[in-house]
Design a protein. Structure first.
Length: 76
């Protein structure tokens, strides 16, 4: 299994929820999904990046993850 920890700053909860709902069928098609989704107090990284949401996204392997992100970058 291949996993990624992703941090975001969510400013619109309803848009974020719509994003997750739209992503699930695509993730499922690639054998992936969300593991954990944490709504946290504001966190600042050493680089000054602010986040308030952490989630783990998973795929069966790196090749499948790369294929998933390739379709996203091409707008399909």
């Amino acid at each position: 299994m291949h996993e990624n920890l992703i941090g975001l700053k969510v400013t619109d909860e309803s848009t974020y929820q719509a994003y997750r709902e739209a992503m699930m069928p695509i993730l499922t098609r690639y054998g992936g999904g969300f593991r954990i989704d944490l709504d946290v107090a504001l966190v600042r990284s050493p680089e000054g990046v602010e986040i308030n949401r952490l989630f783990i996204i998973h795929f069966p392997d790196r090749k499948t993850q790369d294929a998933f992100f390739a379709i996203l970058s091409h707008g399909h």
